[in-house]
Write a protein that binds this ligand. Structure first.
Ligand code: SAM
Length: 353
């Protein structure tokens, strides 16, 4: 596998993505190309002035205004890449890698792919010796994800596949029974996929569900319990609050990303194992048919992205990926297609499906 463009180090080289931060904190992402100029309304910067400088340098434009130049981190990239569906935010991705125990060399199943944000984190976690089997039932979302992953790396990773279709149908066709180390589900109705996941997971393997609402959380927890095939589900929510630390003014930030989703994890038991504390297979006792109706995706009030907006994002992701794949020879500027990172108080649910 060739070198990932998103994970380079050392002095800036042609083909690198570089994030320029101007005097008012405004950011622009460019791809370095010898002889090219980056134009902003504050004046041009020659790419040649950046090539050869160490990462983290300050460069002045042609009228003396200074910009900080850094290679974007993966978290910068995912927050600014084109989105088809809502992404997993970095604060949750970090917890997913830890709680699902994603390790180098692991075989991981992921569904759905959405915009590919979590795919990028999972690919980083499993490394080149691991395998990521992703599933997505909407072709346009898969296309956005493919574009984003190719843009980040500069190539299509060989150890990553996207299977189009419903995980509940497609997983048994792709993964042999008891062949998967970890399964990560980010979808509206993960409870519909628990049976196929149970077949695919190795004994001791980890199932992690990322879930947006409390009603979905309770439904998937009950569905997992009802199989009797997992350890007791563990649920968490991750809140990351920034702090303003300047001189004696040391306090929490006024704004933060509040709710994104819950994480639920459970481990696959060996076949025919019954948990010692249960001594029985749990049954459905705690909820009625009316409750089940409240748990259905239709009752959850998810907003749909318009077909037109989605087509535009597919085109943006395709175009950025094309330039990134081509960038080892001739390099393109990503600036016009990559929107600015959303403000810290952007409601992630606002990007929803
Ligand atoms: C919120 S998005 C995933 C976002 C993604 N984790 C990311 O970080 O970019 C949920 C995706 O799951 C897909 N999906 C929902 N149910 C599915 C199923 N049963 N099989 C495959 N994909 C599914 C949807 O089409 C949607 O693209």
């Amino acid at each position: 596998m060739s070198e990932s463009r998103g994970e380079r180090s050392g002095p800036f080289r042609a083909g690198d993505r570089v994030q320029l931060t101007g005097p008012k904190g405004r950011m622009h992402t460019i791809t370095l190309e010898p002889g090219k100029l980056f134009h902003s309304h504050k004046g041009p910067i020659a790419h040649d002035d950046l090539i050869g400088l160490p990462d983290g340098s300050v460069v002045a434009n042609q009228v003396g205004i200074e910009y900080l130049a850094l290679r974007p981190l993966l978290s910068d990239f995912v927050m600014s890449m084109p989105r088809g569906a809502a992404i997993v935010y970095p604060k949750d991705a970090a917890q997913i890698l830890a709680q699902a125990d994603i390790f180098p060399g692991a075989t991981v199943v992921e569904a759905g792919v959405g915009s590919g944000a979590l795919s990028l984190w999972l690919l980083r976690g499993i490394g080149p010796s691991g395998r990521l089997l992703s599933f997505e039932r909407r072709e346009e979302f898969a296309e956005v994800a493919r574009g984003n992953v190719a843009t980040f790396h500069g190539y299509d990773p060989e150890n990553w596949s996207i299977t189009l279709g419903d995980l509940a149908v497609a997983l048994p066709e792709v993964a042999a029974a008891a062949s998967v180390d970890r399964v990560v589900l980010d979808m509206l109705a993960p409870w519909e996929c628990i049976d196929v996941v149970s077949d695919a997971l190795k004994p001791g393997g980890v199932l992690l569900c990322y879930i947006a609402t409390a009603t979905q959380l309770s439904r998937v927890a009950e569905a997992i319990r009802a199989t009797g095939e997992y350890t007791e589900p563990q649920s968490t929510e991750t809140m990351v609050r920034g702090w303003h630390v300047q001189g004696l003014a040391v306090r929490p930030d006024h704004r933060m990303i509040a709710h994104t989703g819950f994480l639920l994890t459970a481990r696959r038991l060996a076949p025919d194992t019954v948990l010692p504390e249960l001594k029985r297979r749990p049954s459905k006792t705690e909820f009625s048919d009316e409750d089940v109706e409240a748990w259905t995706p239709g009752a959850l009030g998810e907003r749909a992205v318009s077909a037109k907006a989605l087509r535009k994002r597919v085109r943006a992701a395709d175009a950025a990926a094309e330039r990134s794949r081509a960038a080892d020879g001739a390099h393109g500027d990503l600036t016009p297609e990559l929107p600015e990172a959303p403000a810290a108080d952007t409601d992630p649910a606002g990007e929803a499906l």
